[in-house]
Design a protein around this ligand. Structure first.
Ligand code: DGJ
Length: 703
């Protein structure tokens, strides 16, 4: 609900459990007053005049309690800005004040203006009351002479003044994505960003949660603010505490090496940032984010059904794929019960390794004499779905595309070229390149009658063209491409791959159905990776070439039993990456059993909340609960994660069940209340004692 009190000039935004309040000061600048637990009497703030005047005024002492909702850089404003621009006369002082506002259902649009230069900035607040979420963005419109934007955040979020805040976000690298980072917001600034042309890096992700550092939120309780930027390009999150104790987070596009020119009449829209508040710690945060994903963001066609089980050629055969192998695989894939056969990298002309073969997107006729079309037909005739791998933004110099359009490729004539994985990047910021990619993808999807597309991206962007808003245009066209494919092929299943984790972002979330969580499928590492991934994304989105991976795993050389790998494969979107052509009949039989069992619990796993009943980073037993969103059924997974000192798990306490409801667990009928308070006790034989031990417990409603 959004209210405006014209007398006190106060805006009150309410969700089920939070209040967000700001006030126009005597100059018409919107000043943040409160964000947090829902106030029962927000009017008291207005009536009592309980707001410190220093908050409302821009001081010039250098110690400022001033809290503008959208801090335009101007004289006397020394803290991190939300907005910075240079006007035509070189002035960089932007002074914004209230012009008008509009409240339409769940949307507040507040327009501010710098009249001297005919600039207008509209701050939008879209309120998702039931989800305790507010979506914010800014729209900048220039009605004056040409100007240049040097920074335009999506939002600045002020937090209530208190001693210390703890940030929770992720850091990492290839195969070590989503490593939790916890640190205090110091007096000063700390920022997390990317400059690689992609949002998540995977070095940092455009996600954060913040709680009181002295009483940090935990899995089940505590106040937590969280934020997610819906953007697939360079981002920057700045956490700042100034010398007067004002704490704020400024989040948006990273304007590093970027300027946006606005001529008269032109506009610039920032991406949306999703902000939320919960009293229920990290599990509460995940519930809100998952509800948003299920109910609002995800593709309606695909989210309503469980994601099919993939068999992918990458781990067993790498670039060595051909017609003979694929045809031989079809009955094996059927036999184990997988539902979708995917030809990964290696199917295109000249793609025998990663040194060539990118850019033209036609099948290699030696490897596939009857074409990919024939494989697709055969796969479909056998009742399976069919998918293929692509990397549309990239090319290698042996391609016909490179010979035809050398000017489409990023790089400088007078500098040495940067190759990553031997490949170069198409300049997708150009519209002709965009249309080439669009036509290529349309052709492949239509010709091969694809049910699934694995959309990869295996290098960063480091040779930009000379346009000052290159990164923004690139991201815009990339998002446009995803949107085009999503809209044209609404039933196509799309995996946003990006070598695992490099595009784990909300800019593309609504256009894809699966995200490659990581290229690392080592079972012990996966527990840590999944724990972080699932803070942001539904576990059913946790993709990858082989979530049941070969053993020993090539990166760690670790061996783990098939049962353990299969149980772990069930916790995300299942994909099998084992060589079925050489697998023993025992292995095939076991896979068949695991997959058949997975199918029986998949409807719960693919429409559930996710609770961490232990922390995989610090504890030697990983316990995860998947609770159906109607709270009637749950599955608890237990994995040993390196047991020491005669340790072992003796009992488990699920959360989120309905206390009055009866559930059947391990042959007993108990109430939700007993299960959540007393827990599920393991008897001697059930104790989790050895390494690579996995156990699944089903909790089923009793009618
Ligand atoms: C990186 C992906 O993450 C892998 O799954 C695989 O598709 C390779 N690229 C293929 O080159």
């Amino acid at each position: 609900m959004i209210k405006y009190n014209a007398e006190s000039r106060i805006f009150i935004i309410e969700t089920n459990n939070s209040s967000y309040i700001f006030k126009l000061n005597d100059k018409g600048v919107p000043i943040h007053i409160y964000y947090g637990s829902k106030l029962l009497n927000p009017d008291e703030i207005i009536i009592k005049g309980s707001i410190d005047k220093e908050r409302l005024t821009l001081g010039v002492t250098g110690i400022s309690k001033y809290t503008p909702e959208y801090a335009a850089y101007c004289k006397g404003m020394f803290d991190e800005e939300s907005f910075k621009a240079i006007y035509f006369d070189n002035q960089s002082n932007v002074e914004l004040s209230y012009k008008c506002h509009r409240i339409e259902d769940d949307l507040l649009a507040l327009t501010l203006t710098d009249e001297a230069y005919s600039l207008e900035i509209t701050l939008e607040y879209l309120v998702r009351e039931d989800l305790d979420i507010i979506e914010r963005r800014a729209i900048i419109k220039n009605n004056g002479n040409t100007m240049e934007i040097e920074n335009a955040a999506s939002a600045t979020i002020h937090l209530p003044a208190q001693k210390d805040y703890e940030i929770y976000t992720f850091s990492g690298s290839w195969c070590r994505e989503y490593t939790p980072v916890r640190c205090k917001i110091p007096e000063g600034k700390i920022s997390f960003d990317t400059r690689r042309g992609v949002s998540s890096g995977p070095h940092h992700v455009p996600f954060f949660a913040v709680s009181n550092a002295n009483f940090p939120a935990n899995e089940q309780s505590g106040e937590l603010y969280f934020g997610i930027l819906k953007y697939a390009g360079n981002f920057r999150n700045v956490f700042e505490k100034n010398n007067a104790g004002v704490v704020k987070i400024t989040t948006g596009i990273n304007f590093f090496d970027t300027k946006v020119k606005l001529n008269r009449g032109e506009s610039f829209e920032t991406p949306t940032v999703i902000i939320g508040f919960t009293h229920n710690g990290y599990s509460g945060m995940r519930e809100h984010i998952y509800d948003l994903e299920f109910n609002v963001l995800a593709n309606k066609n695909n989210i309503s059904k469980p994601f099919p089980i993939i068999y992918n050629s990458w781990y067993p055969y790498l670039f060595n794929v051909n017609e003979e192998k694929l045809i031989a695989l079809i009955p094996k894939v059927k036999e184990i019960g997988a539902e979708l056969l995917v030809i990964d990298d290696g199917w295109m002309i000249g793609r025998v390794n990663d040194k060539g073969g990118l850019g033209d997107w036609y099948e290699d006729k030696e490897a596939f004499p009857n074409g990919i079309k024939a494989i697709s037909k055969k796969v479909h005739e056998n009742g399976l779905l069919f998918g293929i791998w692509v990397e549309p933004e990239m090319l290698t110099e042996d391609s016909a595309l490179y010979k035809e359009h050398p000017d489409w490729v990023l790089g400088y004539e007078n500098r040495e070229t940067t190759y990553i994985r031997n490949q170069r990047v198409l300049n997708l910021s150009r519209d002709d390149v965009y249309f080439f990619c669009e036509q290529t993808l349309d052709r492949i999807i239509e010709d091969y009658e694809l049910d699934y597309l694995k959309w990869d991206m295996n290098r960063y962007i480091c040779e930009t063209d000379t346009t000052s808003d290159f990164y923004i245009k690139y991201t815009k066209n990339l998002t446009r491409l995803y949107k085009h494919i999503r809209e044209k092929f609404p039933r196509l299943l799309i995996e946003n791959c990006a070598h695992g984790g490099a595009r784990s972002d909300f800019g593309l979330f609504e256009y894809c159905d699966r995200i490659n969580r990581s290229d690392n499928a080592d079972p012990i590492d996966v527990m840590k990776l999944h724990s972080g991934f699932a803070d942001m994304f539904l576990p059913r989105y946790a993709g990858g070439a082989g979530n049941i991976a070969p053993s020993p795993y090539h990166l760690s050389h670790r061996e783990a039993p098939l049962e353990y790998r299969a149980a772990l494969g069930m916790t995300g979107s299942m994909s099998v990456g084992i060589d079925l052509l050489t697998a023993s009949s025992d292995e095939i039989q076991k896979l068949k059993e695991y997959i058949s069992y997975y199918k029986s619990i998949r409807p719960i796993l693919h429409n559930s909340y996710f609770y961490k009943l232990s922390q995989p980073i610090d504890e030697n037993t990983v316990v995860w609960e998947y609770l159906a969103r109607d709270r009637r059924n749950a599955v608890v997974f237990i994995f040993s994660n390196g047991l020491n000192f005669a340790s072992g798990l003796r009992s488990v306490k699920p959360i989120g069940l309905i206390p009055e409801k009866k559930y059947e667990v391990m042959g007993q009928v108990l109430s939700g209340d007993t299960l959540m308070k007393f827990g599920i006790d393991f008897f001697e034989g059930d104790c989790i004692k050895q390494d690579y031990y996995s156990k699944l417990i089903e909790i089923k409603e009793v009618q």
